[in-house]
Design a protein around this ligand. Structure first.
Ligand code: NAD
Length: 285
């Protein structure tokens, strides 16, 4: 068996086409979805992410604003801006690019964003909503994974799902979203003893650890679906995920490549959340 390679670039392009149509629908009601992106400091990776998000917004017709602060900015200045953006009717989404410099209490910043504009899905209200399946904005990376599974018609209900990685922004919400879809979910992390004992049980194995080659073929059940969220830069410059992609091609039934799998979906789901937010406003008005 050779695994089907899930094409995240194509899936993202298709969803962006749908979003363009929804943006056109909003335009008829004189609403342009708007996203505010706040960046503090000059972390080079953050700059690239912010640039990509702004570009992606333009691609589907979302208006965006970039607010930049120096690395030594006072948290109060950023909190003041967030409060202003919360009140602006033209701003449907507010995103604070992480990480933040050490003087910032990240939780305080995230909790200041209105849950109705929290398009990253990091506010406690939205995190809590995930637990009961009522979140306003699903966090973008796990949301993108769910969309990829749905697009490939991969059944989730009743399946054994193993999520490797338990971060607040990827692993934990991923597990909650699939539990909500009636999968049986196990979450593994750095302290898990004998990782392979769990991964071998997975019908759907989702890996978000940030460790190249963590998952090798003997840890994976024949025919499993493998979703690789990891992004790692090797010393030779290559970008790889957390799994032995080549080795798994003969083992998995479906697999996502890195790059070109989950990555392109993450920004696309941010756009989807922003458009959904504007639609919610349109419906209320
Ligand atoms: P994180 O460092 O916050 O969390 C990593 C998690 O993996 C932790 O729970 C840790 O316990 C676990 N882990 C680490 N090493 C492990 C090991 N050897 N065995 C088992 N578990 C282990 O990272 P994160 O923000 O969740 O991101 C994870 C990976 O996903 C990174 O490579 C990141 O670059 C990537 N990522 C990709 C996207 C995307 O759009 N594709 C988005 C976000 C993150």
């Amino acid at each position: 068996m050779t695994a089907k390679i899930i094409d995240g670039v194509a899936a993202a392009a298709e969803i962006r086409q749908e979003l363009k149509a929804r943006v056109a629908g909003l335009a008829k009601r004189n609403i342009v979805p708007g996203l505010a992106v706040i960046q503090v400091g000059d972390n080079p990776a953050s700059k690239v992410y912010v640039r990509n998000k702004i570009r992606a917004c333009a691609d589907v017709g979302i208006r965006s604003w970039k607010y930049e602060f120096p690395a030594d900015a006072a948290p109060a200045e950023v909190l003041k801006l967030i409060a202003e953006l919360n009140a602006r009717p033209d701003t449907h989404g507010i995103l604070v690019q992480l990480p933040l410099p050490p003087q910032f209490a990240i939780a305080e910043i995230l909790q200041t964003i209105s849950p109705e504009k929290d398009v990253d899905g990091f506010h406690l209200y939205n995190v809590g909503g995930l637990v009961i399946g009522q979140t306003v904005f699903p966090p973008c990376t796990p949301y993108g994974v769910v969309k990829l599974l749905e697009r490939e018609n991969i059944e989730i209900e009743g399946k054994n799902v193993v999520v490797v990685g338990a971060s607040n922004i990827v692993g934990k919400p991923m597990a909650l979203m699939l539990m909500q879809k009636d999968a049986t979910v196990a979450i593994c992390h750095i302290k898990t003893r004998d990782l392979a004992q769990f991964t071998i049980l997975a019908d759907i194995l989702i890996v978000a650890a940030g460790k190249p080659n963590l998952i090798v073929p003997q840890m994976v059940r024949q025919g499993a679906v493998v979703i690789d969220i990891g992004i790692n830069r090797l010393p030779d410059g290559r970008l790889v995920g957390d799994t032995d992609f080549e080795g798994l091609l003969e083992k998995a039934s479906y697999i996502t490549p890195v790059p070109g799998g989950v990555g392109p979906m993450t920004v696309t789901m941010l756009l989807a959340n922003t458009v959904a937010s504007a639609e919610r406003v349109a419906q209320a008005g």
